[in-house]
Design a protein. Structure first.
Length: 496
């Protein structure tokens, strides 16, 4: 082996030697803490760096630039606080493995004497007992680790209400729960994926052995991940238009950047749905879209719901022209270029670890495919809206004013939501799996309030603890059942 080929492995060897110095039972705790710290601080550090570089280029203000070092220290120090994600990860993984080691050791010590004389049934009972001990250990660790995160107060989850008293009306703080909802829904999604996947695998095994595995069942297996992604995206895009507060702020902002839509158009769509704008009736809402008409050099009458029934698709096209097909194509091109400029640098950075022509070509192909997927997603979303508004919807439902109102108050958006997610078929099968499991928790979040009364927090904690116990137990018993990159990462973290 040459010196050049051995050099990249040096950091790995150092890391392994440091880990060897830690007792095996404490290694999951250490790995989880380091991973949690890196994952929680890295996005903040990148954001700080980008903001600082942007301010230096524009020379807007020198004070934020001068505050870079204090902000850096605050981010690095904040990740070490007790009620942070890093401590949560350590408490979850470390607590689970430590409790498991203690419980299983007691079981083995108790039963080791009689193992020689027991039969198959007794061995199975012993294995079930060990599995239950492992499951309960994870349940306890998950419960208390999530409670640790939930104990940190946030101003976003505190309302101040006035309370009438003889001496005045002071403000009384009311604390709400929901800070950890995204984390809980992620755990629930993974647990459901594990359980359903195992049940389906057993069904497949039985029916294949009996020669009864049909083409429909095979097709269902193939399209499962795509179906999860498509249905999840339908919920997410619907919420993004009508109830954006049900999405995480960062995710909402990313969709807004990718969709590149005029906010006045979204405002009009919401007002049509909730009855503030009605075709053929003067409700004083013409100004909402007339500003857009002026900016895109369109007749002002296009934005008047009394004179334009329905709003012309040209407003939706935002200056591209009358053709819905031309607008969809332009959306695809713009979205492809926007995504490619993001994906390619990231993929090229990953190739720097072991650069080669093959890896460089793979980075180009992967970036192009992912960009084509995102471009198709956005183009199909917009074209699905146009299909419902002008191509298909009026032919089926009719062209009367009530029907036009019905189409624009939800059917058109529902059409775009229903079609856009199937663009994931462009991606490779492995990528579809990751994307489906990524968006499913966010889709579930649109069905639950992001804030709820504190008295009901135990329900969320219980759901998280049960789900985590299912996933961790499966990692120990059937590791291949926990799919994707998360499964591989979890197996690496929990290995003692």
């Amino acid at each position: 082996m040459t010196a050049a080929s051995a050099q990249p492995r040096a950091p790995v060897a150092v890391t392994r030697s440091l880990e060897q110095a830690v007792p095996p039972v404490f290694r999951p705790l250490l790995r989880a803490y380091v991973l949690g710290y890196i994952s929680s601080t890295t996005p903040r550090l990148l954001t700080l760096l980008l903001i600082t570089l942007s301010l230096r280029r524009t020379n807007i203000d020198e004070k934020p630039v001068d505050a870079f070092l204090p902000s850096l220290v605050r981010i690095l120090r904040g990740g070490l606080e007790l009620q942070r994600f890093s401590t949560f990860c350590a408490a979850l993984a470390g607590g689970s493995t430590l409790l498991q080691a203690h419980s299983i050791a007691k079981i083995n010590c108790t039963d080791s004497i009689i193992l020689v004389e027991i039969g198959t049934i007794e061995v199975r009972i012993l294995l079930i007992t060990i599995q239950l001990a492992r499951c309960m250990s994870t349940f306890i660790a998950a419960w208390f680790s999530l409670r640790l995160l939930q104990s940190k107060k946030s101003e976003a989850f505190i309302d101040h209400v006035s309370e009438a008293t003889p001496t005045g009306a002071p403000l009384r703080p009311i604390q709400f729960a929901g800070r950890t909802m995204d984390l809980t829904l992620f755990a629930v999604t993974r647990a459901v994926d594990v359980i359903v996947g195992e049940l389906w695998a057993q069904r497949k095994s039985r029916r294949a052995a009996a020669g009864q595995w049909t083409m429909i069942e095979k097709l269902a297996s193939t399209l499962t991940d795509s179906s999860i992604f498509a249905s999840s995206c339908a919920l997410i895009m619907w919420a993004w238009v009508y109830t954006p507060d049900r999405l995480p702020p960062s995710y909402n902002k990313w969709i807004k950047s990718a969709a590149a839509v005029d906010q006045r158009l979204l405002t009009a769509l919401r007002r049509v749905r909730f009855g503030e704008i009605k075709y053929g009736l003067e409700t004083g809402q013409a100004h909402v879209l007339q500003g857009m008409c002026k900016d895109y050099n369109l007749p002002l009458d296009y934005g008047d719901p009394v004179k334009s029934i329905p709003y012309p698709c040209e407003i939706v096209h935002m200056g591209v022209g009358k053709s819905c097909e031309k607008h969809a194509l332009s959306r695809w091109v713009r979205s492809f270029l926007w995504a490619f400029s993001t994906y390619l640098p990231l993929n090229l950075i990953l190739t720097l670890r072991t650069p080669s022509k093959k890896r460089f070509r793979h980075a180009l192909e992967s970036s192009a495919r992912s960009s084509a997927f995102l471009g198709t997603f956005i183009a199909v979303y917009y074209y699905g809206i146009c299909l419902a508004r002008t191509r298909i919807g009026p032919r089926i439902l009719g062209t009367s004013i009530p029907r036009r109102q019905q189409i624009d108050s939800g059917i058109c958006i529902g059409s775009g939501c229903a079609f856009c997610g199937w663009s994931v078929l462009i991606e490779a099968a492995g990528r579809r799996k990751e994307l489906g499991l990524f968006v499913a928790p966010r889709a579930l979040a649109t069905l639950f309030p992001r804030r709820y009364v504190l008295e009901n927090q135990w329900r969320e904690t219980l759901a998280f603890a049960i789900s985590t116990a299912v996933v961790f137990t499966c990692v120990a018993e059937r590791p291949e059942r926990v799919r994707g990159v998360f499964g591989k990462l979890l197996r690496k973290v929990l290995t003692t």
